[in-house]
Design a protein around this ligand. Sequence first.
Ligand code: XMP
Length: 330
Amino acid sequence: MSHQAKQLRYVRPESGFDLDTYAADQIDQIRDQVGDSKVLLALSGGVDSSVCAALLAEAIPGQLTCMFVDTGLMRLHEADQVEAAFADRNVNFVRVEAEDRFLAKLAGTTDPEAKRKIIGEEFIRVFEEEAAKLGDIPFLAQGTIYPDIIESGGGAHGDTIKSHHNVGGLPEDVNFEALVEPLIGLYKEEVRALGKQLGLPEYLYTRQPFPGPGLSVRCIGEVTKPRLDTLRLADAIVREELDALTTPPKQYFAIITNSMSTGVVDDTRVYAPVICVRAIDTVDFVTAEYVQLPHSLLSKISQRITSEVPGVSRVVYDITSKAPATVEWE
Ligand code: XMP
C-alpha cells in the first residue's frame, strides 16, 4: 500500500488542538482504528517515539510491541540507555541489532537525500522481517509530528526542504495494513507537554531532538563505522559540556565534516577530519539562532576533542542561524 499520498496531504487544523483532551481523544481514535489487532511501534528512544509509546501503551495495553532497531547510527551508549529505559515498562520490547545491515546499505553513498531514503527503506524492511517473526501485526505506529510533514512538503504551503526518514523515505510497497500516527498534528512542545501528562520520566520528554536518520546526517560524506566512532566520541564531549549549563541550548551536537586538515599530534603531522560543533536555540525548529557560547567553553570543548578523540585535526564552531542554514548539516 502507499502511505505517502495520505501523509503528505495532512494539514493541521487552524484552531490547533486542546491538549487537555488530546490524549483521551487519541486513545479513543487509536482503539477505533486498531480494534483488538496488534501494533508495532518504531521506538527510537527520542521524544516523539517515546511519547507515542506512552500513548499507545495507555490505549491498547497488551497489544503493543515496541521495536528498537539499533542502526549503528545512535549516539554513544544510546542503544543500551534506550533498552534500559523501557526494559521495565508494560510493553513488549524487542531490540534488533542491525548495525551491519545499515552500514552495508550506506557504503559508498554520500548524497544526503539518498542516505535518508536508504535508511527509511531499511527501517521498514527490518520492521517487516521482525514483525513477521512476531506473528500477525497489521499496524505500524510512528511518532511522526507536524514539522516532519511540513518539511517533507506536506503542510499547507510546502515544497520539500528535506525528506524526513519517516515520511518521504517510506517505500511504496510497505506490508503493513495501515499506519498509526497519533502525534501527526502536533508541534514539538506539544509533544513534550503530552509526555509530561502521560507520566513519562522528565529526561525522556525534555531531551533534545535527534533526527530519525541518526548520526548519518551528521557524518558528512560516507558513513563508515570508524567515522561514526570518531563522531560519537566528539559528540559525547559536546553534550557533556553543554548539559552542564544552567540553561542548555535547545539542541547541540557535533558533526564530522568531509573536510580534512593538517594537525600535529605527538610531534607528527596528521591529515585528519575537521569536527564542527553546533548549538542552537529555537522556539519551533522552523527557525533557529546559533548560540553565542562563551569562548572559554568553546576552548574547553576544542581542547577536549583534540586531546581525547583520536583522528581529529581541528574543531570549528558553526555560527549560522536557520535560515539560511538548517539545523542539521544534511
Ligand atoms: P533542520 O535540519 O531541518 O532540523 O533545520 C530541524 C529539526 O528537525 C530535526 N531533523 C530531523 N528529524 N528526521 C527527523 O526525525 C530527519 O530526517 C531530520 N532532519 C532534521 C533536527 O535535528 C532539528 O531538530
